[in-house]
Design a protein around this ligand. Structure first.
Ligand SMILES: Cc1ncc(C[n+]2csc(CCOP(=O)(O)OP(=O)(O)O)c2C)c(N)n1
Ligand SMILES: [Mg+2]
Length: 567
């Protein structure tokens, strides 16, 4: 850590500059951060390497933004925080990325090694704290090792199902200078291998056989399909074999609305009737009733990047571990080689499901078109779907209003849907919007918030203005934490159930104006579209916008009324 004993006559480099060099080698062009004395040397390195420094107002935002950056760019997001509270503030974002299997690298400050365990400012056992919520957590013991260990963190983030890595760098390790020739600086492209394996080729053939012979197959594509950029392979498999495809998490949008193989309202029907169910890149967790919602005697195939997910909570007929996109490609190729892949035979099955989709859609129409005031949140959801442009990246951040919106909103393209994932973290919206706009400045970024969720990280609306990352925010404002409120009232009655979940009536449109953005207050259903249109224009002119829509607090999503998430 300290200056090398053999004082060099040649060039020297500091730990902070070694961090920046390693980030640059990985193709990182931005760090998401909030400053602190422990990490200033990294900023200095970033200036030299041309890495953009985006400083936010809360470290949770920095961590979610790094997660969002990875999801949108396919590269690895990087969050840099100071020691102690800077690191603990970021933990929620790291935990969210961990459950969402989103790769990122967090670099955190620490007190100087020379003051180890002496009670230095902001000292905490960061590595112990971060270990359970990361794939890799370590401390850098010497300046010469800084770049080497940063590249290690990147390698680990991409192993199996991706996830976050954490690297602590003590202050004196970052500050010290070592001879350049002694520092190991891994070369770009030379310190990690492709992890895109297809697993056991015999299982590819087995799955091709199962699908070719199936009568009523269905496939569910989860977040890993997008993470691995296997979306085209997923669609291609469904087209080649005539298989209905369902989407969850980040895979929403892989079938464009109207695609004959994309389905979204008949998943239970398909799971009830299918003879073959292929689960791709999504675990049997609470969203799947831990696997209980699949027909008991169906042939269930699970494809996942993480061997630990396969067969967890439910027995399966066949499991495949590897890169989900590559596996899907290989299965399509194998099935295409068969004399008859059975596509024609499955036409009736697809028709049956399509009729089910139409009937389910019809049931929602009255709510979608409701003229009631206070505004029905289903009406907002429908208006948002109508409003989406082809290139709109849609982000959901909230409780009940966002759950309702998932019944109406169909993103037009892969990667154009973002939600927190299975940690269900409120507050991802603004940071995801910042990241999405940074990666895709040419696209529209629309985030639908609950009023509770928006307030958690809403101050970074200002960051969107400061860095020229304008987005369109819509708030379904019921002045409550309504998703929780429903269950509480159901259990304890109106009087005792309405406690700890009611919020003030906040005119968020004014909040946007205060920060230099565009604000709208909407109380009538007919005002929704014009307000959205004006907000779109404001965003095009470079100002972030908030459309605050006052919605009916007494209307809930079916999953909330059924408390499905706890079953
Ligand atoms: C960080 C965090 N804290 C608490 C919760 C628990 N929670 C889930 S939904 C919800 C209510 C959210 O309220 P809001 O965003 O206003 O949406 P609404 O349900 O009112 O539509 C809460 C508090 C959570 N998921 N995340
Ligand atoms: Mg609310």
């Amino acid at each position: 850590m300290a200056e090398s004993k053999k004082e060099a006559t040649g060039p020297v480099i500091s730990g902070g500059h070694l961090v920046a060099k390693a980030l640059k080698n990985e193709g990182v062009d931005v760090i998401w951060t909030l400053c602190g004395g422990h990490i200033i040397d990294i900023y200095d390195g970033c200036i030299d390497e041309g890495i953009k420094i985006i400083d936010v107002r809360h470290e949770q935002v920095a961590a979610h933004a790094a997660d969002g950056y990875s999801r949108q760019s396919g590269k690895i997001g990087c969050v840099v925080t100071t020691a102690g509270p800077g690191t603990t503030n970021a933990m929620t974002g790291i935990a969210n990325a961990f459950r969402a299997e989103s790769p990122l690298v967090m670099i955190g400050g620490q007190g100087a090694l020379s003051q180890h365990k002496m009670g230095s400012l902001q000292d905490l056992p960061h590595v112990d704290i971060m270990s359970p919520i990361t794939k890799f957590a370590a401390s850098v013991p010497h300046t010469e090792r800084v770049a080497d260990m940063v590249s290690m963190a990147f390698r680990e983030a991409l192993n199996g199902a991706p996830g976050p890595s954490y690297l602590e760098i003590p202050r004196d390790v970052l500050d010290a200078k070592v001879p350049l020739e002694r520092a190991r600086i891994p070369k770009p492209g030379a310190y990690r291998a492709s992890t895109k394996s297809i697993g056991d080729p015999a299982d590819i053939e087995k799955l091709a056989d199962i699908l070719v012979n199936s009568q009523r197959p269905c496939a569910l594509f989860g977040t890993q399909v997008w993470t691995s950029r296997g979306h085209d392979a997923a669609v291609e498999l469904c087209r080649a074999l005539n298989i209905p495809g369902y989407m969850n998490g980040s895979s929403r949008g892989i079938f464009a609305p109207g695609d004959p193989h994309g389905f979204n309202r008949t998943r239970s029907l398909a799971f009830d009737k299918a003879d073959v169910i292929v689960i791709v890149g999504t675990p049997f967790d609470f969203r799947m009733g831990y696997g209980k919602r699949l027909r008991a005697d169906a042939t269930v195939v699970q494809i996942d990047m993480d061997y630990r997910t396969v067969g967890k909570n439910r027995d399966i007929s066949l499991g495949l571990v590897g890169d989900v996109g590559r596996i899907l490609e290989a299965v399509t190729a194998a099935a295409t080689g068969r004399p008859d892949n059975g596509a024609k035979r499955r036409e009736g099955w697809l028709k049956e499901l399509r009729a089910g989709e139409a009937a389910a859609g019809l049931k929602l129409q009255a709510q979608f078109l409701s003229d009631a005031t206070p505004i029905n949140p289903y009406r907002v959801a429908h208006e948002l779907n109508e409003f989406l442009a082809d290139d709109t990246i849609y982000i959901g951040d909230g409780g009940d209003v966002v759950t309702i919106s998932a019944q109406a909103v169909q993103p037009h393209r892969p990667g154009h849907w973002m939600d927190p994932g299975p940690l269900g973290t409120l507050g991802v919206g603004v940071p995801f919007a910042l990241a999405a706009k940074l990666v895709h400045p040419e696209k529209e970024v629309l985030c639908y918030f609950g009023d509770g969720a928006f307030a958690m990280t809403g101050w970074d609306f200002e960051t969107s203005m400061r860095f020229g990352l304008p987005f369109l925010g819509v708030i379904g404002n019921n002045s409550a934490m309504n998703q929780i409120r429903y269950g509480q009232i159901a259990k304890y009655g109106r009087e005792r159930g309405d406690v700890g979940n009611r919020l003030g009536d906040v005119p968020f449109g004014k909040f946007a104006e205060m920060l230099g953005g565009h604000g709208e207050e909407v109380r009538e259903p007919k005002q929704i579209r014009p307000a959205l249109d004006r907000a779109r224009e404001a965003v095009k002119s470079g100002r972030s916008a908030l459309v605050n829509i006052w919605v009916d607090r007494e209307i809930y999503a079916p999953g909330t009324m059924n408390q499905t998430m706890y079953k």
